[in-house]
Design a protein around this ligand. Structure first.
Ligand code: ATP
Ligand code: MG
Length: 415
């Protein structure tokens, strides 16, 4: 990608109304644009990162379930059936504008904040026999929640991305088996995203669904909204509500827990029979008898993850992307040597390396500052000085020292 063609530009100052570090940096670097409080546009650079996060999640989810896509807009009735129309305070309802203008009171719609109410009747249509169970369905989709005073940038949107997977089982035992598998799937996702070491499987209470535990995946992040107590022996977290009921690690008894600030990047939940009961979802067992279906739900927030990762790895100069999700692997800077740099750009692109090529007519200082702000893992500089030695200067975003690499060796060096 030629940087001269990128329609976004970086800015030195963050918008005055952005309090969170992630939104400040992502806005300055041209990854996102705030359309209104809690609602962000993903600009070309931001969308590249978001897609890479989603692709990693998708690859792991494809190992355990099938992808589909449910609508954002739902009829109110589904939410009335579950009872959540009156209990979920973050629910957004929508009306058609022509209904509003004619003051007719036609039906309202719900902008789905999650999809149990949508998936359950669909699953019920196809998963009717014990032979059909278990199965798992997921989607990567936009959710709407009227969060109070969203001020954490991408960490808490009113419109945000979620991967939500739902599983369906003949009994609780099978649900538990799958639930444990999902812990491993999620661990793999967060490892691949480069935050595995700092992400803790955290015991949480069951909320209003179940009396037993659910699990959150909490990533350490100084500006995170959650407090989690860590057992370093087990690499396990215990959330605040659970800690009020017990003061030591439930796995090993360790009493020396350590409090961290964290952001919840994922959540797995045994729904048991809450929604199958509401929607009357029974399957037929081996003996021809109707039996209630057991369900689980499993969420990950790709847009929140983008914010958490931006914030966690940033330094005083700007963003620092993990290699697996960087918008481009290489930021190639031409210092008045456009023709030679262009040849290197072509060569790298042909070899399948993703390159952002700064071909703009700007001074070295500005180009260096932009490369640091945008945060691609490798910076390559082409100048008269490097060309004298048939070389380019290579620097990793996380390092201070650079090295000279022969032009003939660049691809080998980067792979
Ligand atoms: P929180 O306690 O942070 O509000 P939640 O328990 O409401 O999260 P879930 O309903 O379990 O979250 O949603 C699954 C995942 O979706 C969360 O783990 C998180 O990664 C993401 N998520 C939830 N709410 C938001 C939001 N407002 N903005 C961005 N991502 C979100
Ligand atoms: Mg919430």
């Amino acid at each position: 990608m030629l940087q001269s063609k990128l329609f976004t530009k970086t800015t030195k100052e963050a918008p005055a109304d952005e309090q969170s570090l992630n939104a400040q940096l992502l806005t300055r670097a041209g990854f996102v644009h705030k359309t209104m409080a809690g609602v962000y546009t993903f600009l070309p650079l931001g969308l590249r990162v978001l897609r890479k996060i989603e692709d990693i999640i998708r690859e792991e989810m494809d190992k355990v379930g099938q992808e589909m896509l449910m609508p954002s807009l739902a009829p109110e009735i589904n939410w009335e059936i579950s009872g959540r129309k009156d209990t979920l305070s973050v629910l957004f309802a929508a009306k058609a504008a022509n209904d509003l203008s004619t003051k007719t009171n036609n039906s309202s719609y719900i902008l789905n904040p999650t999809h149990e109410e949508i998936i359950t009747p669909i699953a019920q249509k196809y998963g009717l026999s014990y032979k059909d169970l278990p199965f798992a369905i997921y989607q990567i989709q936009t959710k709407f929640r009227n969060e109070a005073r969203p001020k954490s940038g991408l960490l808490r949107g009113r419109e945000f991305g979620m991967k939500d997977l739902y599983s369906f089982h003949t009994d609780e035992k099978d649900l538990r088996r799958f639930y444990e598998e999902m812990k491993d799937s999620y661990t793999e996702v967060f490892n691949r995203l480069g935050i595995g070491h700092d992400t803790y499987i955290t015991i949480a209470s069951g909320g209003d669904f179940t009396k037993d535990y659910s699990h959150e995946f909490q990533t350490e992040c100084v500006t995170g909204e959650d407090e989690v107590h860590i057992c370093d022996e087990c690499h396990l977290g215990i959330n605040k509500e659970v800690l009020a009921k017990q003061s030591s690690c439930p796995a090993c008894g360790n009493k020396k827990l350590r409090m961290i600030k964290a952001s919840e990047v994922g959540n797995i939940f045994p729904l048991n029979t809450k929604f199958s009961q509401a929607f009357n979802y029974y399957y037929t067992d081996l003996k021809g008898q109707p039996q209630i279906v057991y369900m689980g739900s499993y969420g990950i927030g790709p847009s929140r993850l983008l914010g958490v990762i931006a914030e966690k790895f940033a330094d005083s100069k700007g963003l620092v992307w993990p290699k697996a999700i960087a918008p481009f692997k290489v930021h190639l800077l031409s210092l008045q040597k456009d023709k030679e740099a262009e040849a290197i750009y072509q060569k790298l692109t042909k070899a399948g390396v993703e390159v952002l090529f700064d071909d703009r007519d700007l001074g070295a200082g500005e180009k260096f500052a932009d490369a640091d702000l945008i945060g691609c893992p490798y910076r390559l500089v082409v100048s008269a000085k490097t060309l004298d030695q048939d070389s380019v200067e290579l620097k990793e975003r996380t390092e201070t020292k650079s090295t000279l690499v022969k032009i003939s060796q660049i691809i080998k060096e980067l792979k």
